[in-house]
Design a protein around this ligand. Structure first.
Ligand code: GDP
Ligand code: MG
Length: 302
């Protein structure tokens, strides 16, 4: 087996530090998908970077920076849960920022985190005097240890490939979570599956989401009725999980379906008929054939 690294990268950064610009710069060469989805999920996928050697799935970390204003402990905990699930965190800072308060707060939030954190010093193109970079770097490294420190300009692309290299090093070896091509060929199908998975994440207990895969069996447009008929299956590993996903009297599945359908209608711009099914497939995570069928693999050991 040729060694491919694949895994999740959590993005942390205050507003305006350049997260979106950085995503665009990284995904420019190999754009797979960026999701225009509402910020509801724990693992909102921002983009997937594919090369022959690796697959890097960038996920958002809502919460850490918002929490400061709202003092919402749950948001911080959700953010931390996201960051504990990813393989490496990219902590993005703006070297021209006047205040480090938000960054300090983010570092505090990440205090107990064991996931490696790569510090990204962005907007170095704006530094008139490069000598100011070193003391700045020291101020950050005094806050906590970082797996690596990478100065970049998300705008010009300077240093961005070095950053990708540092992140790649910290991904485990293993097959791609998402097929390299299917993602680009079928963005709608992919997004639709992601939306369902997102709702399952959101509406079920801790243990269920990691045992979940979603496949889309049917995606048929019905122009006469301005309707798209979608049939999707939620795959779980155990009967008990099936029970959780379905809920009392089918209430939870109904809610998953309702929320997913609303998001899909917003995404696709037309009415959606959504048929949702739940199927138990024992140990699908260990079974490569099944994984291939699903098109992706999910984090293990969590
Ligand atoms: P986000 O809120 O973290 O997603 O930040 P954005 O990516 O939207 O960037 C905020 C602003 O900073 C935009 O005006 C970007 O053009 C600018 N910006 C981002 N990265 C850089 C950079 O490396 N250099 C410069 N000069 N501007 C940048
Ligand atoms: Mg942004």
């Amino acid at each position: 087996m040729s060694s491919v690294r694949s895994g999740f990268v959590g993005l942390v950064g205050a507003p305006n530090v350049g997260k979106s610009t950085l995503m665009n710069q990284i995904l420019k060469q190999k754009i797979s998908i960026t999701c225009p989805k509402p910020q509801t999920t724990r693992n909102r996928i921002l983009g997937i970077y594919n090369t022959s050697r690796c697959q890097m799935i960038f996920v958002d970390t809502p919460g850490i920076h918002r929490a400061r204003d709202t003092f919402n402990k749950i948001l911080v905990e959700t953010a931390l849960a996201t960051l504990s699930d990813v393989d490496v965190v990219a902590f993005i800072t703006d070297v021209t920022a006047r205040s480090m308060d938000l960054d300090r707060f983010a570092v505090q939030c990440m205090e107990k985190l064991t996931t490696p954190v790569v510090l990204v010093l962005n907007k170095v193109d704006l530094l008139k005097d490069k000598a100011t970079l070193l003391p700045l770097m020291q101020r950050y490294t005094a806050m906590r240890p970082f797996a690596a420190v990478v100065p970049v300009s998300a705008l010009t692309g300077d240093g961005v490939m070095e950053l990708v290299g540092e992140l790649e090093k910290r991904l485990p070896e293993g097959p791609r979570y998402y097929p390299e091509d299917a993602v680009t060929d079928q963005p709608e199908r992919f997004l639709v599956a992601e939306i369902v998975r997102e709702k399952v994440f959101h509406l079920t207990e801790e243990e269920v989401p990691y045992a979940t895969a979603v496949t889309v069996e049917a995606f048929r447009e019905d122009p006469e009725k301005n309707l798209i008929r979608i049939e999707a299956t939620i795959h779980v590993e155990r009967d008990s999980q099936k029970g959780i996903v379905i809920g009392k009297g089918g209430a939870r599945l109904k809610e998953i379906g309702r929320q997913a359908r609303e998001d899909m209608e917003r995404l696709l711009g037309c009415r959606v008929y959504l048929g949702l099914y739940v199927r138990v497939q024992k140990n699908w995570r260990q079974d490569r054939r099944v994984l291939g069928e699903f098109g992706y693999r999910l984090p293990q050991g969590t």
